[in-house]
Design a protein around this ligand. Structure first.
Ligand SMILES: NC(=O)c1ccc[n+]([C@@H]2O[C@H](COP(=O)([O-])OP(=O)(O)OC[C@H]3O[C@@H](n4cnc5c(N)ncnc54)[C@H](OP(=O)(O)O)[C@@H]3O)[C@@H](O)[C@H]2O)c1
Length: 338
C-alpha cells in the first residue's frame, strides 16, 4: 500500500524547469575526469545525442566503452566517427546492437553479448541513457506496453537485472549507475508521478491514454524512483562495494529527441537550447565526480553538474517505500523476459 503522496508546490515545478532553461555552468569538465584505463562502461542509446557525446568523452579518458544500441549501422557509424576524431586513447569502443527497448525479448541477448565482451574486465559505470519522448501517445511496444514506459523504464530495469551479477563485484573503486531522467518528471501523475493502477497502460486504447507529456513525465519520475530503489534493493552489496546509483536531468538540449516535433521546433531549438555535449557533462558529473559518494544514493543531478531536488512527493516516495513498490511492479512485468 502506498502512502498518500504529499502535496508539491507549483512554484517548485517552475523552478525545476528553470534549471533546464537557465542552467548553472558545467562544474565538472573533461580535464577533471579521472583516467579510466582498465574500467569498462555500458552506455545505452550511445549512437546519438547525449549518449554519443558521453561515449566519446569516456573513450577520450581511456575507458573501455560498450555502446548499447538498437541499430548496428548507427552504432558502427558512431564508433567509426569517434575513432577517427580521437587520437591517443588506449580505451576501446565495442558496439552491442539489436537492443530495442520496444521489444523486451531483445534485451537478454544483448546482455549476453555484453557479458561475453566484458569477460572478467571490471564494469565500473552503467548509464541508462537511451530514451524516447513521443510527441503523441500512439506508441505501443511489441509487448503492448505504452512505448515511453517500455523504453525509459522497463528496458533499463531489465538490462540492469542482467548486469547486476557483473557489476556487483569488488573490482574497481568507481561503481556508478546513472538513470537518465528529466525535469519532465515534474509533469508525472499526482501520486509520486506514477499511474499506480496501470503504469504501462496495457490494454488501454491509445486515444484513451493521457497526453504524451504526462506519460513521458511518468517514465522520468520512474527513473528518479528506480535510482534509489536499486540501491535499497541491493543495499548489502552496495555498502560492501561502494556503489552509487543516481538519477540525472541532463539539461534542455537540442538532440534527436525532438526529431518528430516539426519544422519550427527543429529550427528554434538550436537557437534556444544547448548542444548534446552539455547533457554529457551532467551525465558524466553523475558518473565520475568524486563529489558524489555513498551518502548521495538516489540523488537527482541537474544541469550541468550539481545535485538538485526532484518533485517533493517523489522525493518523499524514496523514503516511504513508493520507490520499492514501483521497482516490484516493474520487476513483476519484466520477469517474463529474464
Ligand atoms: N534532449 C533533452 O533535452 C533531454 C532533456 C531531459 C532528458 N533527456 C534524456 O536524455 C536521454 C538521451 O536523450 P537525447 O536527448 O540524447 O535523445 P536522442 O538524441 O533522441 O537519443 C536517444 C537515444 O536513445 C535511443 N533509443 C530510442 N528508442 C530506443 C529503443 N526503443 N530502444 C533502445 N534505444 C532507443 C536512440 O536510438 P535510435 O537512434 O536507434 O533511435 C538514441 O540512441 C533520454 O533518456 C532523454 O529522455 C533529454
Amino acid at each position: 500500500m502506498t502512502e498518500p503522496a504529499p502535496s508539491f508546490s507549483r512554484l517548485s515545478v517552475l523552478s525545476g524547469l528553470w534549471q533546464g532553461i537557465w542552467p548553472k555552468k558545467p562544474s565538472f569538465l573533461p580535464d577533471q575526469y579521472p583516467d579510466l584505463t582498465g574500467i569498462s562502461a555500458v552506455v545505452t542509446g550511445a549512437n546519438a545525442g547525449i549518449g554519443y557525446e558521453v561515449i566519446k568523452l569516456l573513450y577520450e579518458k581511456n575507458c573501455d566503452v560498450i555502446a548499447v544500441v538498437r541499430s548496428e549501422l548507427k552504432g558502427k557509424e558512431s564508433r567509426e566517427k569517434i575513432l577517427s576524431e580521437v587520437n591517443g586513447s588506449c580505451g576501446s569502443i565495442e558496439v552491442v546492437s539489436g537492443c530495442d527497448f520496444l521489444d523486451l525479448s531483445t534485451v537478454k541477448p544483448a546482455a549476453e553479448k555484453i557479458k561475453v565482451l566484458l569477460s572478467d574486465r571490471p564494469l565500473g559505470v552503467i548509464i541508462h541513457n537511451a530514451g524516447l519522448m513521443a510527441p503523441n501517445s500512439q506508441g505501443t511496444s511489441e509487448q503492448g506496453f505504452e512505448a515511453m514506459f517500455s523504453v525509459n523504464v522497463l528496458g533499463p530495469q531489465l538490462l540492469q537485472h542482467f548486469l547486476d551479477p557483473i557489476f556487483l563485484k569488488k573490482d574497481v573503486d568507481l561503481k556508478r549507475i546513472v538513470w537518465v531522467s528529466s525535469a519532465a518528471h515534474l509533469y508525472g501523475f499526482r501520486e509520486y508521478g506514477i499511474n499506480w493502477e496501470n503504469p504501462t497502460f496495457k490494454d488501454v486504447s491509445v486515444n484513451r491514454r493521457p497526453h504524451y507529456q504526462i506519460l513521458y513525465g511518468q517514465s522520468k519520475a520512474a527513473n528518479v524512483l528506480q535510482a534509489n530503489a536499486w540501491a535499497v534493493k541491493n543495499q548489502q552489496a552496495v555498502d560492501d562495494i561502494g556503489c552509487v546509483s543516481v538519477s540525472c536531468f541532463p539539461g534542455v538540449l537540442y538532440t534527436q529527441l525532438v526529431r518528430d516535433w516539426g519544422f519550427f521546433t527543429n529550427k528554434l531549438m538550436p537557437l534556444l537550447t544547448y548542444g548534446g555535449i552539455y547533457g554529457a557533462y551532467t551525465e558524466l558529473y553523475s558518473a565520475l565526480s568524486p563529489d558524489l559518494t555513498r551518502k548521495d544514493q538516489g540523488a537527482y543531478t541537474v544541469p550541468f553538474g550539481q545535485i538538485g531536488e526532484p518533485r517533493a512527493d517523489i522525493k518523499a516516495g524514496m523514503c516511504n517505500g513508493s520507490d520499492l513498490k514501483l521497482w516490484d511492479i516493474v520487476e513483476d512485468i519484466i520477469s517474463d523476459y529474464f
